[in-house]
Ligand binder design. Structure first.
Ligand SMILES: [Zn+2]
Length: 97
C-alpha cells in the first residue's frame, strides 16, 4: 500500500493516519428565468457555438469535480475559508512546510 500525500501541503499521510477527503462539485445551475435584457443574444447562434465546442470542454463548463486528500491541519485551514474570501483583520496563517 503506497502512502498518500496531503494535496495541499504534501505532508505524508501514513496508513492509519487521520485524513480528510475533500470533494468539490461545481455544476451549472439555472433558475429558468431568461433575462429580457439578453434577448439580443441569438440563442440559436449560441447553441451552434456550444455544439461546435469539443464535448469535454462543454462538459467542464457544466460540471466539474475536484477530489482532494487533506491532512487534518489543511482541513482546518480549508474549512475556515473554503472560498478564499478576503478576511478582515484575520491573518492567514499558511504553513508552507
Ligand atoms: Zn496538509
Amino acid at each position: 500500500m503506497s502512502s498518500q500525500h496531503c494535496d495541499r501541503c504534501n505532508k505524508v499521510i501514513n496508513p492509519g493516519d487521520l485524513f480528510y477527503r475533500l470533494t468539490i462539485k461545481v455544476f451549472a445551475d439555472f433558475d429558468g428565468i431568461i433575462n429580457v435584457k439578453d434577448t439580443k443574444m441569438d440563442l440559436n447562434k449560441e447553441f451552434e457555438k456550444v455544439k461546435s465546442y469539443p464535448e469535454e470542454l462543454v462538459e467542464e463548463e457544466v460540471y466539474k469535480e475536484f477530489d482532494f486528500i487533506l491532512c487534518p491541519r489543511c482541513k482546518e485551514i480549508y474549512c475556515a475559508n473554503p472560498l478564499h474570501l478576503p478576511l478582515n483583520n484575520v491573518e492567514m496563517r499558511d504553513n508552507a512546510s
